[in-house]
Design a protein around this ligand. Structure first.
Ligand code: C2E
Ligand code: MG
Ligand code: MG
Length: 448
């Protein structure tokens, strides 16, 4: 396939091929491990540390899809050449596979220096690439680890991988140097993941419900479902911790189905004019089974799809807009309404609001929290309200904790509200109690 580039290795010894990446002519993973082992042996008497790093190209797959595999291979060769040219006589760069490369810097002795070097590599890789008569741009993330004379090559590489994972998570084009706290954090995440898998299988994640009210009449118009989980050993784990872990480790689908099944079962006994709102994660808007799962749960619990609202965030819309749109259209087709959650804090794109119709928009708590003293927040809220009015979208302000905030929101013309002032999220039994003692909006003449 790419036999011609194999000849870069001067053809001395066929055994060399075992250590060579045929596409770029660089060493491969085996060569890398071998080099690290040898340097470790050299440093047995010399206490100086050294640095390794793993580079992962950001967004290489879309480039492959867009320009084709051959162009992708060509870019990888250019990446290889640039990296090789950037190494000094002591240093080595190899290709680990796909779009991952690794380097070994024997003369880089400190975390600071490692970061500087890696940053330089990122800059070198971010210059445009020739693809026929077009150009492509890439960025790269790097994870580094330093050897201090106390670990195996495997451990060292796995530390660089942990650092790379943190770099990837914090956005494109970042360098992260491994620290001990990272390992502790990684262990904790794994513990939570395992406990969560068990809890989901045992049906132990519960829906809580928080009222959403009509600010003018103070009547309850619906509830937002919020997942709650208490583990015997870990105690109460907040959703801000377990939801991201569920997303990352592929548990969000089953977790979400469990919570939706329980929530729609509970809500079936509420007055029928009340809606139930349910959050979907960005990763669920990439999974084409999501719509099917939701519809079959509704069929199973008998909950009217016209009473269900799905909350999605801007990030959810951005990850894969085409896929998200398909899922949303599918849901809307059976009468489910769609609201845009946490508006104003993500990568707000007004273009998205034009292309895409939402039934409702939820103003993020951050704006409501500062509505009383902060003029910019007031202006932003008023602008959002005017825009929603024009686009025919309902609005709910999140995180209302004080009467004075309600007064301001009413003055600006905001119709819906949610927050501790009206009620905290509570379990099914407490929700029934709440419904007995508080005003609920009158049944609607059949809306659609
Ligand atoms: P969210 O969808 O924006 O939910 C609103 C969050 O604000 C909830 O936090 C709620 O308890 C909190 N909140 C409501 N009123 C107030 C208030 O007056 N003051 C303050 N300080 N906070 C208030 P919670 O329950 O911790 O959930 C956090 C996030 O976790 C949610 O944000 C949502 O993004 C996610 N989440 C929760 N349950 C689920 C779920 O079942 N599926 C998915 N995909 N995500 C969920
Ligand atoms: Mg929400
Ligand atoms: Mg929200």
């Amino acid at each position: 396939m790419s036999g011609s580039t194999g000849s870069i290795q001067t053809g001395k010894d066929p055994a060399d091929l075992v250590y060579t990446d045929p596409l770029t002519g660089l060493g491969n993973q085996r060569r890398f491990v071998d080099k690290v082992e040898r340097l470790k042996a050299d440093r047995a008497e010399d206490p100086a540390p050294f640095t390794i790093g793993i580079i992962d190209l950001d967004g290489f797959k879309p480039i492959n899809d867009l320009f084709g595999r051959r162009a992708g291979d060509h870019i990888l060769m250019q990446v290889g050449m640039r990296l090789r040219a950037a190494m000094d006589q002591h240093s080595t760069v190899t290709r680990l596979g796909a779009d991952e490369f690794a380097f070994l810097l024997p003369m880089t002795f400190s975390e600071q220096a490692a970061e500087t070097q890696a940053q330089m590599l990122i800059e070198i890789l971010s210059a445009p690439y020739d693809v026929g008569d077009r150009t492509a741009r890439l960025s790269a993330s790097v994870g580094c680890a330093l050897y201090y004379g106390d670990q195996t090559a495997e451990d060292l590489i796995s530390k660089a991988e942990t650092a790379l994972y943190h770099a990837k998570r914090s956005g494109r084009g970042k360098v992260v140097v491994y620290t001990h706290q990272m390992e502790e954090a990684a262990k904790r995440v794994t513990r939570i993941e395992q406990a969560l898998r068990r809890a989901v299988a045992a049906g132990e994640v519960e829906p809580y419900f928080q009222p959403i009210v009509d600010l003018r009449t103070r009547e309850t118009i619906g509830f937002e479902t919020l997942a709650r989980w208490t583990d015997d050993d870990l105690g109460v784990v907040p959703p801000s911790v377990f939801i991201p872990i569920a997303e990352e480790r592929g548990i969000i689908g089953p977790l979400s189905q469990l919570v939706l099944r329980k929530a729609t079962t509970a809500a079936s006994s509420w007055p029928e004019q009340l809606f139930l709102s349910f959050n979907l994660s960005p990763s669920q808007l990439v999974d084409q089974n999501t719509g099917l799962h939701i519809r079959s749960i509704l069929a199973e619990t008998g909950f009217d799809s016209h009473r269900l609202e799905i909350e999605i965030t801007e990030t959810g819309m951005m990850t894969d807009p085409i896929s998200a749109e398909k899922i949303v259209d599918d849901l809307r087709g059976v009468g489910i309404r769609i609201s845009l959650d946490d508006f104003g804090t993500g990568q707000s794109s007004l273009g998205r609001l034009r292309d895409f119709h939402f039934d409702k928009l939820k103003i993020d708590r951050a704006f409501v929290a500062s509505i009383l003293e902060d003029r910019p927040s007031q202006h932003i809220i008023r602008a959002i309200l005017a825009m929603c009015d024009g686009l025919g979208m309902e609005v709910v302000a999140e995180g209302i904790e004080e009467e004075a905030q309600v007064a301001k929101l009413l003055q600006f013309g905001c119709g819906g509200g949610q927050g501790y002032l009206f009620g905290r999220p509570v379990d099914e039994a407490a929700t029934r109690e709440y419904l007995r003692s508080s005003a609920v909006a009158a049944p609607r003449a059949h809306a659609g």
